[in-house]
Design a protein around this ligand. Structure first.
Ligand SMILES: [Zn+2]
Length: 514
């Protein structure tokens, strides 16, 4: 059996279903009618780097070492961030399948830079520098791909995805047009396993959520382009092939904001560095005064200038971390990364001196917090570091990861006047944030038709595909194969494929040892 894994970053039924009901996405509709549909639960936290890496490996973050866009080295002067572009350990599905002699095509999967030697080809995805870098295996493949699709891009300009300039719809449509051309080209290559990822959905959903929900024509055009890509894949499938469509996390609109770092400051958990408190407070004051005098424009310009500096940094090095300006020696709990602001969570780090009782106290206090506007709890899920699994890259520090309630994002800026705010004042650009419920479709050989399945987990993608392909499972996987989508129970290594695979494996081992 061949398997195609079709990934779309941030894809959610909240967008798909209304568009399908209007008949706009015929190929997704076909999967719904002739395959199975379900929710795919994301990693903790539900953010792109760990989520795609767990989809690719079947391993928890403690085994692949990816928790965020950065990892933090501890030093006396506070944490030093290092941007991550590749998992630190664990085999990806393409390594396992390559070992078994299967041909793989891996393209645009996030966190695959530098590209790895595989039995087939790899084109790096998100977090790779653009096409000027060495982003393909084999290296010479890049010239061949660019000759056919010269305008192929791995991602859109960071300034556009931050909402600072341009129109995200325009850039994402342009990128996706070339991505579909790349898919068409790569589909001519031989493959047993094909893994291809679209990333534009996440980009437009962060900035233009409300317009997407209102069927903005350019939004419809985007999802139709992805649907067209899906159609290309469906056309390629034979009766023995299976297709799986996944997203790394879901999405939701978010109009309410909670300032968690400010909350930690006010409750004595963190101290700010020297004069920063006054400076941060001053900006809060400027905003409040501007609002009361109804002269928001100058305040907006101050913010724009501040943010522009951030964009310059982004342009220099695609993903710089913005660390909070806190007194690291005196702080006991803090949020280190801004990733959760757009991803619906906060990852709270604790100083070694904090007791377990104190962490429990904070957890309870946060769980008790309610939005004064609608009485909705701030926290829908709270996890300790064991949610990252057990492995060689388990974090040395203690963590509390909270997921925010519906329609609420958790911000890290300090010096706010109010802990709760409604989006829409001044510098806000984000209208959509992640949700832990992603999507999954299965379709093709052995798969039930027109069925909805119970929620499954991202860790189950790899074991399901390997089992369907008759490849024995590596021992350290964190999930079990899905059973509900299939008409008959799958058995690993069984059937005609099994003995053939064992022969291939033996042949390969013999070739290596000779
Ligand atoms: Zn995102």
């Amino acid at each position: 059996m061949r398997v195609f894994l079709f990934g779309v970053d941030g894809l959610t039924y909240r967008v798909l279903h209304p568009m399908m009901e209007r008949g706009l996405l015929p190929n997704f509709q076909r999967l719904r009618d002739e395959g199975v549909e379900g929710i795919l639960k994301s990693t903790t936290p539900p953010v792109t780097p760990p989520a795609w890496t767990s989809i690719a490996t079947g391993l928890s973050p403690s085994k692949h070492g990816i928790y965020d866009f950065w990892e933090y080295e501890q030093s006396e002067n506070g944490p030093i961030p290092h941007v991550m572009t590749h998992r630190k350990g664990g085999k990806a599905i393409w390594n396992v399948l390559s070992d078994w002699g299967k041909r793989v095509v891996i393209a645009n999967v996030p966190m695959t830079y530098p590209p790895e030697p595989v039995n087939g080809i790899m084109l790096s995805g998100l977090m790779a520098p653009e096409m000027q870098a060495n982003v393909t295996y084999p290296t010479a493949l890049k010239e061949e791909l660019l000759a056919e699709v010269p305008k192929y891009h791995i991602d859109i300009n960071p300034a556009v995805s931050c909402g600072q300039r341009g129109d995200v719809f325009v850039d994402v449509l342009e990128m996706t047009r070339h991505r579909n051309a790349m898919l068409r080209l790569l589909l001519k290559k031989p493959w047993d396993f094909f893994f291809f990822v679209y990333t534009g959905a996440d980009r437009i959903q962060h900035l233009r959520w409300d317009e997407i929900m209102a069927f903005h024509p350019m939004a419809v055009e985007y999802y139709q382009m992805v649907d067209e890509g899906l159609g290309m894949v469906l056309d390629e499938l034979g009766p023995e092939d299976m297709l799986m469509v996944v997203s790394d996390h879901g999405f939701q609109g978010a109009s309410r904001k909670f300032y968690l770092q400010e909350y930690l400051y006010r409750n004595g958990w963190l101290q700010m560095q020297g004069s920063n408190r006054t400076r941060a407070q001053l900006f809060g004051m400027v905003r409040a005064i501007a609002r009361s005098l109804n002269i928001q424009k100058p305040a907006r310009q101050i913010y724009r200038r501040l943010r522009h500096k951030q964009i310059e940094a982004l342009a220099n090095e695609n993903h710089p971390a913005i660390l909070p300006k806190i007194d690291w020696a005196k702080s006991r709990a803090w949020v280190q990364s801004t990733s959760g602001e757009l991803a619906g969570y906060a990852d709270i780090f604790f100083h070694d001196s904090v007791t377990e009782e104190e962490i429990e106290e904070l957890t309870k206090a946060l769980k008790d917090l309610r939005d004064p506007l609608n009485d909705q709890p701030l926290v829908i899920e709270a996890h300790r570091e064991d949610a990252f699994g057990n492995g060689p890259f388990a974090p040395a520090q203690r963590h509390l990861v909270i997921l925010s309630g519906e329609n609420t994002s958790i911000y890290t800026q300090l010096g706010r006047i109010s802990l709760w705010e409604t989006r829409g004042n001044g510098h806000d650009v984000s209208t959509g944030i992640h949700h832990p419920d992603g999507i999954v479709y299965l379709y093709g050989a052995g798969v039930k038709k027109g069925t909805t399945i119970a929620p499954t987990h991202i860790y189950q993608v790899v074991p399901t595909i390997l089992t369907a392909m008759g490849v024995p499972l590596p021992e350290d996987l964190d999930g079990k194969p899905m059973e509900e989508p299939f008409e008959k129970q799958l058995t690993a290594g069984a059937g005609t494929g099994g003995s053939e695979l064992v022969k291939q494996k033996l042949k390969k081992l013999a070739a290596r040892s000779s």
